[in-house]
Design a protein around this ligand. Structure first.
Ligand code: PXG
Length: 288
């Protein structure tokens, strides 16, 4: 069924959802976005996603010509109009239509796009068996370049790492920062478990402040587990007992091999499985 897309203040048919070739989002990757899940018609952590979107926009001096509550209403309306029960929302704000030139201030008005659709999930088998990953040679963006904290439309850094993963026949790559510490995966945050303690890189290591990451940290602490934000090296990943990734698309997924080193007994570990189960319950409103 054709979708209704929110574009420039109203819902239009998918076939009519067209933007100018002079949009700076296209020409320069000049814009920000969010990917949000819908579970049982409920938009998951919508307030947190909206907050991050406005913060990303502020940091690149992009004005969002709508209040947060107006954007929340538009997101809900788009989701409902498309009858999305379990799915995925892509919220995009571009700098808008400009000219052939970097100057963002010639763009008339920023452009808001909301797409509510089904989601492409990893196969269930990958969750049961766990995934293999590699270390990317592509270094995560330096914080003085485009800071990884900003969820910008410029994903080339991550795409180059994703290509490395796919060239090696694995679905994900781990990215390291310019100092050699673990930053994140191409679209997910990294967690490991060692001697019963959960570790994740701090945001300043070059990761996005993932919303799934925050929820999982909260759920782990509810189970009386210790969660430590700490710089991790490649060796920390090689010798850990458990390894998992978190993100809007993947939720919680176990990693069982990195660069040919098997993690634990080669299957997703007990803490990974418990947190995946608790995340599912939380997302489906069975646990608050
Ligand atoms: N790091 C990066 C670079 C991301 O892009 C995450 C971590 C996890 O953050 P959240 O807030 O989602 O827990 C992301 C999120 C996609 C897709 O279509 C990617 C993301 C989210 C949704 C969909 O590949 N990335």
């Amino acid at each position: 069924m054709a979708l209704k897309i929110w574009l420039d203040g109203k819902l239009v048919d998918e076939a009519d959802a067209k933007i100018s070739v002079f949009d700076h989002g296209l020409l320069y990757g000049d814009g920000v976005f969010e990917g949000i899940r819908v579970y049982n018609r409920e938009i998951f952590e919508l307030d947190a996603h909206i907050k991050r979107l406005y913060e990303s926009a502020k940091s690149i001096r992009l004005d969002i010509p709508m209040s947060k509550s107006e954007l929340i209403s538009a997101t809900k309306k788009t989701t409902e109009e498309n009858g999305v029960i379990n799915g995925y929302i892509r919220l995009v704000v571009t700098r808008g239509t400009g000219t052939l030139g970097l100057n963002p201030f010639v763009c008339e008005s920023s452009r808001i796009i909301i797409i509510a659709d089904n989601i492409q999930l990893y196969p269930e088998e990958l969750y049961e068996k766990g995934m293999k990953v590699i270390s990317a040679t592509t270094v995560r963006n330096h914080p003085l370049a485009i800071p990884p904290q900003v969820k910008s439309l410029n994903y080339l850094n991550n795409i180059l790492a994703k290509i490395e993963a796919l060239d090696n026949n694995v679905p994900e790559a781990i990215m390291y920062n310019h100092e050699g510490y673990v930053a994140e995966a191409t679209g997910d945050n990294v967690f490991i478990v060692r001697n019963g303690v959960i570790y994740t890189p701090p945001v300043e290591a070059g990761s996005l402040e993932g919303i799934t990451r925050s929820v999982v940290m909260k759920l782990a602490r509810k189970e009386n587990m210790t969660v430590v934000e700490k710089n991790l090296t490649r060796v920390d990943l090689y010798i850990c007992d458990e390894f998992f990734l978190t993100g809007t698309a993947a939720e919680v997924i176990g990693v069982v091999e990195i660069d040919g080193r098997v993690i634990g007994d080669g299957k997703p570990g007990p803490i990974t499985k418990l947190l995946r189960k608790n995340f599912f319950a939380y997302a489906h409103g069975k646990e608050k």
